[in-house]
Design a protein around this ligand. Sequence first.
Ligand code: S3P
Length: 162
Amino acid sequence: MKLALIGFMGSGKSSVAKELSVLSNIPILEMDQHVLNKTGFSSMQQLFANGGEQLLRQTEMELVKEHLPTQSLIVSTGGGIVTNPDTMLHLKNNHTTIFFLNTTFQTIQKRLHNDTTRPLFQQNAQELYNLRLPLYLKYADHIVSTDSLSPKEIAKQVLLFI
Ligand code: S3P
């Protein structure tokens, strides 16, 4: 079973992936961490300052290509993965079920207002959210509304679909 969690920064993808992994015993591909390992940068700020967003999107694509032949995987994506149609097509073509963790902007803002690790959130978060929402909806096989749920509860909802 292969599944990917998509959603805006702060929607809980990494926490939900951990809970899912515990419940299902399926390993996680934590994309942001793998992107940093592969590019050699120690943080997203460093990657954005040196390689730009293009490097991030290209590396995400390469990682998906490398890892998707795996039989079972929980892919915890970065929030902007949906902006690269090739990466999304590759996920779809490799029988990955895509879950959109749908979180309101108000909740995300409460969670991330002090965050300093996400360069794109600090720039134009609301605008980015509005631009991306249709993309998350377009690529999702299933949508889970997460505002009032804990990561464990969300993981259980995800498992109900598969
Ligand atoms: C990004 C989201 C981040 C990370 C990078 C860019 C985005 O991941 O990939 O800072 O474009 O939305 P999270 O969604 O895990 O915060």
